[in-house]
Design a protein around this ligand. Structure first.
Ligand SMILES: O=C(O)CCC(=O)C(=O)O
Length: 273
């Protein structure tokens, strides 16, 4: 992590920010890395893309934190864990890392959804940190949220079909209050934080030359248990506190610059024989 340095603006979340998270379901433009780190972040991202065999789409695989030491360390950056601790409390674990990428003009989009509706985790107490590797805005397909929608409860989802969709379901259209839609325009090196029940998604990258890529890192409170009959690949990684991992299988920490080749791999897949 030596070439990533924290932004001088990093500090624990203020009461006001915690209140905003609880009321709105998200925080945007949260400082993480300084401007000088952005080149390194983008360089490492390109190197990770280059590791992948032909035909493997970086946005359709996950579990990078089980395969790759650099990604694992990034997900465990103390400043990120501090932010998450300010929202989830002192005992929590880390369990996911995946990239959401949109190349200029590739037409992919993320349909409106609630994470909690997709995940066999209970209770619903998860926070996602979304790290911008490139600047994001309305033109290159920044993530959007429906402010306050995490307080509505579980909303019906319907299947969507089509190569352009990065997920297979979306919330019914009537659930989207367009007045509350906010585009999370981030500077590279910043993160956003969102609640697992907020409705969010993202439109296509309509630019001709602006890459859009973010790393999602997900954390859950210590009392969250995964239904392994639905997600047998689920593994937790202790992040903060004494009790942050006893309810779920614990993953092996990667030691190498590995990479996933399909979705939902387990950490043993990446252990050197
Ligand atoms: O990057 C995106 O547009 C969507 C990411 C997402 O759905 C998530 O982080 O939960």
């Amino acid at each position: 992590m030596s070439q990533l340095t924290l932004s001088p603006d990093v500090q624990r979340l203020a009461t006001e920010q915690r209140k905003q998270f609880s009321q709105a379901g998200y925080l945007a433009n949260v400082p993480l890395f300084d401007a000088d780190s952005v080149t390194h972040l983008q360089q490492r991202f390109k190197e990770l893309c280059d590791l992948l065999p032909d035909g493997v789409n970086i946005s359709r695989i996950n579990q990078w934190h089980k395969a790759n030491k650099w990604v694992y360390d990034l997900c465990h950056t103390p400043a990120i864990l501090d932010y998450v601790e300010d929202l989830l409390g002192s005992d929590f674990f880390h369990w996911a890392a995946s990239f959401f990428c949109k190349y200029p003009g590739d037409h992919t989009e993320v349909p409106w959804h609630q994470d909690a509706q997709y995940w066999p985790l209970s209770p619903h107490k998860a926070v996602t940190a979304w790290l911008a590797i490139y600047d994001t805005d309305e033109d290159n397909g920044a993530m959007q949220v429906v402010r306050g929608s995490h307080r509505v409860g579980e909303i019906a989802h319907v299947p969507v079909n089509g190569e352009q969709y990065m997920l297979g379901q979306e919330v019914v259209e009537s659930a989207i209050d367009s007045e509350q839609v906010v585009s999370l325009n981030l500077k590279a090196g910043q993160i956003s934080l969102h609640d697992d029940a907020i409705i969010h998604g993202s439109p296509a990258n309509t630019t001709t030359n602006c890459m859009r890529a973010g790393l999602t890192m997900r954390y859950s409170a210590a009392d969250v248990r995964c239904d392994l009959s639905v997600w047998p690949h689920f593994e937790s990684y202790p992040a903060r506190g004494e009790n942050a991992y006893h309810l779920n299988p614990v993953g092996k920490v990667p030691t190498e610059d590995g990479f996933p080749v399909r979705a939902n791999q387990v950490s043993a897949d990446f252990t050197r024989r």
